[in-house]
Write a protein that binds this ligand. Structure first.
Ligand code: PA5
Length: 427
């Protein structure tokens, strides 16, 4: 179960504000559903759920199984929507320390020379048994021309060609059907290729090979993830009321002057789910001078840095909590001999009980401090609930953007830094 609770946001809104937003969100959902809204040619993230490509899922799964059996390191080379979804799901569903199967590392998401040097040194380093590492590279770029990704891929590709007899089996390109820089490389060297459908933008692409291949290589059940998203899609098509209410609450809060959204969680493994949400929302909504600024906080850590600001700073914040109801936690607090540290009052509880109480106390304090709170509650942290969560967030983002009157699916502003950079680089 994935629940949405807007009750602690609703109390900050008048009936007029909320009901007006609700009407707008209903109309906006109809625009999404009918494909009549702006940017409707980019609704492919819905089509892939209404008409699942089982053969492609099988193909991804079977390549991932092969790679898992052979690889020590799997490099995911991409930026923005071409890597955040994979990283979000992998971090959320993998152990904090140690993991079966290949180590997943990321590249192509910045231009740090130090990082590239150290990554190549790391790939060069033999395994503990003295054998060379078995490395696979998945480059992901819809345009195939994003500088950060293309440059890292050039270095990685050359390293793979220098180190293995069969480089074409170790490089997988995920890109558009045609065009860009990766397609000619696929043609020339025979690398494996997965296609990013034209109608799916980067930040809506986690349920395409963009996200699914790395996620499957990490050992996560992509069929459950994908088909739970399909179920959520079907559920929302029949009864969109929760999604509409969530989009309406967020929209009404924004209109009432809340222009910063703190995406917060007490579960540190959800930090990259926060990054994925941050991109999904920011690149979709922030146009024509509109949009909330989404920022990510991991609690309790950030309660000791940002907590003061959230509690008593400028009252323009909304907090969206990502909550796991039944998080894994077996360590029970036991009574100690002398109770010198004074913690015996917690005896009998486990860390999750205490973490949940910290969450409850924080929501209480923050709402009393006039910060409206939206809760997104997953019963457990697993592929099923993450699959549902992904579709929910995608559709709510689209609904919310149509309420604002902006095209959810473009990101014209991102081009400006690229033009300035390319000009300075002499492209
Ligand atoms: O959401 C988006 O469209 C962007 O974040 C892109 O994913 C990102 O800029 C990477 O683009 P590309 O996949 O073309 O390299």
């Amino acid at each position: 179960m994935l629940n949405i609770d807007v009750s602690k946001a609703r109390s900050f809104l008048s009936d007029e504000e909320f009901n007006g937003a609700l009407e707008k969100a209903k109309e906006s959902f109809e625009l999404v559903k009918s494909g009549q809204g702006e940017g409707a040619e980019m609704l492919g993230w819905r089509t892939l759920l209404s008409d699942p490509n089982d053969a492609e899922l099988e193909k991804i799964d079977s390549l991932a199984t092969q790679i898992r059996a052979d690889a020590d390191v799997f490099v995911v080379c991409g930026i923005g929507g071409s890597y955040l979804g994979a990283r979000a799901v992998i971090d959320a569903l993998s152990p904090f320390f140690g993991n079966d199967g290949p180590e997943i590392v990321y590249a192509g998401h910045h231009l740090s020379g130090k990082y590239v040097n150290q990554l190549i040194d790391y790939l060069e380093e033999p395994n503990d048994d003295g054998e060379p590492k078995s490395v696979y590279v998945n480059v992901i770029s819809k345009s195939g021309s994003t500088l950060e990704t293309a440059l890292s891929f050039r270095i990685l590709r050359s390293w793979v060609h220098d180190h293995y007899d069969n480089p074409s089996e170790r490089i997988i390109c995920t890109t558009s059907e045609e065009g860009g820089v990766l397609n000619p490389l696929v043609d020339e060297y025979g690398y494996s290729k997965f296609v990013i459908p034209d109608g799916v933008g980067g930040r809506f692409s986690v349920l395409t090979p963009v996200g699914l291949l790395p996620i499957a290589v990490a050992g996560i059940d992509i069929k459950t993830l994908f088909y739970e998203a399909v179920s959520k899609y079907e559920e929302i098509e029949k009864d969109p009321s929760d999604a509409i209410e969530y989009a309406a609450a967020r929209y009404a809060l924004y209109k009432s002057g809340k222009d910063i959204e703190v995406i917060a969680s007490f579960e540190p493994e959800l930090q990259y789910i926060g990054h994925w949400m941050q991109q999904l929302l920011a690149e979709s909504e922030a146009k024509d001078g509109e949009g909330m600024f989404p920022t990510i906080s991991t609690f309790s850590t950030d309660l000791h840095s940002l907590g003061q600001l959230i509690q008593q700073g400028k009252r323009n914040l909304v907090e969206t909590f990502l909550i796991v109801e039944n998080a894994e936690s077996t360590k029970q607090i036991e009574k100690s001999d002398k109770n010198i540290d004074g913690l015996d009052y917690l005896a009998g509880k486990n860390f999750h009980d205490i973490n949940s109480t910290a969450l409850e106390g924080t929501i209480q304090a923050h709402t009393e401090g006039e910060v409206p709170v939206i809760k997104l509650i997953m019963e457990e942290l697993n592929a099923q609930h993450i699959g549902e969560f992904i579709y929910l967030l995608e559709v709510v983002t689209a609904i919310y953007c149509y309420c604002l009157g902006v095209n959810p699916f473009n990101q014209p502003g991102v081009e400006d830094y690229k033009s300035a950079m390319y000009k300075l680089l002499g492209k």
